[in-house]
Design a protein around this ligand. Sequence first.
Ligand code: SPV
Ligand code: MG
Length: 280
Amino acid sequence: MTTLTPMARLRASLSAPTHPAVIVGAHNPVTAALLEAADFDGAWISSLEMSLVHGLEDRNLLGIHEVAESIHYIRAASRLPLVVDADNGYGSVHSTRRAVREFEAAGASAVCLEDSTFPKENSFIDGSADLLDVTEHQRRISAAKEAQKDPDFLVIARTEALIRGYGIAEAVSRGAAYAEAGADLVLLHSRVPRGVEALQAAAAWQGGVPLVTVPTAFPELPPSELHAAGFSLVIYANQLLRSSVRAMQETLDKLRNAQSVEEDCVPMQDLLKLAEGFPG
Ligand code: SPV
Ligand code: MG
């Protein structure tokens, strides 16, 4: 059994020579326990997934305390490294600082901070959210680094420059500015199909810190290929919620038609076994 802390494990998994660290969105303790059993490198606590399971849109509506409480329950059920999507730091340097303190205390191993204005919008919505001034996001990144307690805690700086149509040069220069401000990793988020833009941005990257990608729009590129293109961390942000919604819809259709769904369900014993790993 490993004796490394979740934070140290995450750091170690980022420097594997031939493959990236791969983490997956976990929106509750059950999904985190499944990820741990399946031997992933960590869980992504996604703002989209967490907003949806709280019955909210992904628009900065979740509060710091609500996210911290969710981290607390997930941490109690799992030793996985937890990378928390902290949106834009909830709107200010002060709220960023508080979020990092609360999230680390609740069990987070890393936070991701994006340069969107408040209120943010999900990256797959063509809305009115724009980019923060570079210097303001640099101040939030620095504040996050100052607020962390454990030296192994990681701060990922994310730019929405590609998402909002500002182009590769702007994304790369923003990423470099955030690395200068202290970010441990940089995420140049893109939703252009086949990873065309993400791969070009990675090829242009000279910011000196490792790159992160969220391949929602280019799922056909396997982690090995993304690693070869320069990405050290790959985040499958929402696949477990999306696949479980599909499974629930299919089960509901069958129940509505009085068909058996037993073959589609894990046995009751599997649920009870999962619960054995949770705090008593
Ligand atoms: C999330 O999972 O909340 C993310 C990734 O931030 S995205 O949905 O692409 O914005
Ligand atoms: Mg998000």
